[in-house]
Design a protein around this ligand. Sequence first.
Ligand code: PDD
Length: 285
Amino acid sequence: MMLCYLDGNFLPLEEARVSPLDRGFLFGDGAYEVIPVYSRRPFRLAEHLARLENTLRALRLPNPHPAGAWEEIVARIVAGNPWDDQSVYLQVTRGADRMRRHAFPAHIRPTVFLMSEALATPDQEQLEHGVAAVSAVDYRWLRCDLKTISLLANCLLRQQAVDAGCAEAVLFRDGFLTEGAASNIFAVRDGVLLAPPKSHLALPGITYDIILELAARHALPHAVREIREEEARGADELWMTSSTKEVLPITTLDGQPVGSGRPGECARRMHGWYREFKDTVMRHG
Ligand code: PDD
């Protein structure tokens, strides 16, 4: 049995029901987070809740819970599901109105939903060989900094990658790298780790922040700056990062090898630092 949370109740996932008039269903009107859990402890939960708060504020949707209440709900979901390592999905929609209308109705209650899955981090084969990616034009809206549930463009782009036998779509807008369909993208050129700056064009990844913190801590040369498409295509290394993929090397782009076509040295080191950091945090809180 998978335990979920819906509007104040903990119940088996297969019993959960929401109204067809829910604005999440009709308009994709809501915010979400995906929180990794290792050994039953949520990782960087405060940062995920801060990003949720930021998305909700931008959507003009009142946050239904203070941080402490969110922590409690997450803790009960983690405890009530069978895996030690999980990925907790949390979603808040504007709620169900009495009819379909675009403008925000007054006085409706947000719908709050959480569920969990086994955390599927990359397997040994993916880490050893890296994954293939395709490039695509980033045709999403101009508020990609918000983690909204309106993910149709991201789904189309990820499906484009899957149709080509690839793990991710690397997105370019106006000649610059933005991010992946469901990940942030880093490049390495001449031993320098390059990260696109935070802007309205990409999600401020929690993992992105960790990568830059680890680069600083371990004195890995790095720069946060715009990355031109040719620079990304000619990079020695490309990585995708996210809460579930952690740090995963992209070794081919559009069928062409990235650098040597094998995971690079920087990726190997960063993956080690990431694991070590995560283990330390999990041990000492
Ligand atoms: N996706 N960019 C996009 C578009 C994403 O969807 C994600 C994560 C990221 C990485 O963010 P973080 O490091 O905070 O996970 C970047 C999640 C995992 C998802 O939608 O399933």
